[in-house]
Each structure stands twice: as structure tokens, then as C-alpha cells.
Design a protein around this ligand. Structure first.
Ligand SMILES: Nc1nc2c(ncn2[C@@H]2O[C@H](COP(=O)(O)OP(=O)(O)O)[C@@H](O)[C@H]2O)c(=O)[nH]1
Ligand SMILES: [Mg+2]
Length: 233
């Protein structure tokens, strides 16, 4: 598992306990990916390691920012399947076993999906939520993507996929959309599990909607184009 963190401090504790205690897949390695040594999450994780040996601290060596943290973590992960989950307790760890079962059954991307029956999104800015929902549902109904939520970053990837594609994302969380669209374009299996995403209750979101929107749109149009025979450039 790869968990990006930016000054989460104690906030990260329920996430890390949750992903380790509520999943049954073993062996398990959880990489907590931070950008700089003074990050407040680091001492908290060091303390928790005594109790949860699955935890590893991984210093992002690609460059600051969440997309670099994710790239660094995905490259460092040695397992055949890698789950990305947020460090602010926004993802429900109770869904991981079901996601893993689908990946084990052959899916190369398993998305935690907020926009299907049984899935929910609680809190967060209205505009971001609305755009994310429209993107997910239109990629499904127009683009033929087999899942309904294209933009969540609560996703499980096969190492097979990660080794086959080169990550081009440079902004932020458009990475999840990029990998999903590329898997779809390559004819690899993309599956979903309903999930509930909850906005953080402590700390601040670092999501940059306007700055990252053009990068999301790039992958959005590639995804829509797959059905009409255009491959990602
Ligand atoms: N390493 C690293 N992690 C980050 C950075 N920005 C955000 N994160 C982490 O990514 C996760 C989700 O970030 P957040 O800002 O809450 O985005 P939101 O949930 O979309 O509002 C949290 O675990 C953050 O700590 C960053 O610049 N570097
Ligand atoms: Mg958040």
C-alpha cells in the first residue's frame, strides 16, 4: 500500500491502523510517503512502527508534491498489487479486501467507486464533487469505461500495469485518472468496488482544482477517445 502524507501528524493514525487491522491480505507492506524530513507525520509513524511492523517510512525522492510522492511510492512498492489510499482517513479501509479479490481475479485497476449503488461521497467542495461525478459518469456512459468513478485515487493497481506504462502526470491527483485511462486503452481489466469517501475532519486539503483541471481534462479526452479508436499520445 502507498499512503502519501503531508504534515498529517496524528491524523494519520486511524488511517494506518485501519488499513492494517481491517485487511486480511498478507504479506502486507505499507509505505507512508513523505516529502521532507521535518514532516509532522514522520515521528508519529516511527512510534506506531513498534506496534505495526507492516509500516515503512518512504521518503519521496522524485520531487515535492503529491504526484511525485505517488510516483515514488509506486516505484518503490515491490508487491504484485499496489493500493493507493489517502492518509487523511477519507477512504474506507473496509473495502480493501474486496478490491484485492478483484485484482487477484485479474483486474489491473480496481477503483474505489463513489458513484455507484452503495457508494457515497461525504463532504468536500461542491464544485469539485460535481465535476468529479460528471467526469466519472460521462466516461462511463459516453466513453465506455467499465467503471463509474474515474477520479478517485483510492485505487489498486497491478504491477503488470505499472511496469507497462510510463506515468506522465505532473500536477496532482490526475494520476489515478491517467493510469485508469491507460489501462482501458490497452485493453486491460478495470473494475470497481463501491466505497464511501469522507472529507478530512482535521487539517487542510491541498487539492488545487483550477491548477490541475487542464491536466485532468487531458486524460479525460483520451478516455473518451478510446471508444473511437484513438490511443493515448
Ligand atoms: N507526500 C505528499 N502528500 C500529500 C501532498 N499533498 C497532499 N498529500 C496527501 O494526500 C492525501 C490527500 O490530500 P488532500 O489534500 O486531503 O486532498 P483531497 O482529499 O483531495 O482534499 C493526504 O494523505 C495528504 O496528506 C504533498 O504535497 N506531498
Ligand atoms: Mg483529503
Amino acid at each position: 500500500m502507498v499512503v502519501p502524507v503531508y504534515n498529517e501528524g496524528e491524523n494519520v493514525v486511524p488511517t494506518l491502523r485501519g488499513v492494517i487491522e481491517r485487511t486480511h491480505t498478507r504479506p502486507l507492506e505499507v509505505l507512508v510517503v513523505y516529502d521532507f524530513d521535518a514532516d509532522t507525520t514522520v515521528p508519529v509513524v516511527e512510534r506506531l512502527q513498534a506496534e505495526l511492523p507492516e509500516l515503512r517510512l518512504h521518503r519521496n525522492d522524485v520531487g515535492r508534491g503529491v504526484v511525485n510522492a505517488l510516483k515514488s511510492g509506486l516505484a518503490a512498492a515491490g508487491a504484485p498489487f499496489v493500493l493507493v489510499t489517502m492518509g487523511d482517513a477519507s477512504d474506507d479501509p473496509g473495502d480493501i479486501d474486496a478490491m484485492y479479490a478483484l485484482a487477484h481475479g485479474g483486474a489491473d485497476v480496481v477503483a474505489g467507486s463513489r458513484y455507484v449503488k452503495g457508494g457515497h461521497q461525504v463532504g468536500g467542495p461542491l464544485l469539485k464533487r460535481t465535476m468529479s461525478r460528471i467526469a466519472g459518469l460521462s466516461l462511463h456512459w459516453l466513453g465506455g469505461l467499465p467503471i463509474h468513478d474515474a477520479t478517485s485515487n483510492y485505487r489498486l493497481y497491478s504491477k503488470r500495469l505499472l511496469q507497462r506504462v510510463t506515468i506522465e502526470s505532473t500536477g496532482g491527483f490526475e494520476l489515478g485518472l491517467e493510469l485508469t485511462v491507460k489501462a482501458y486503452a490497452l485493453g486491460m481489466r478495470v473494475a470497481e468496488v463501491p466505497t464511501t469517501w469522507r472529507d478530512r475532519t482535521a487539517g487542510q486539503s491541498r487539492f488545487q482544482l483550477w491548477k490541475w483541471l487542464p491536466r485532468y481534462l487531458r486524460w479525460y479526452w483520451v478516455g473518451i477517445g478510446v471508444r473511437f479508436g484513438r490511443m493515448p499520445g
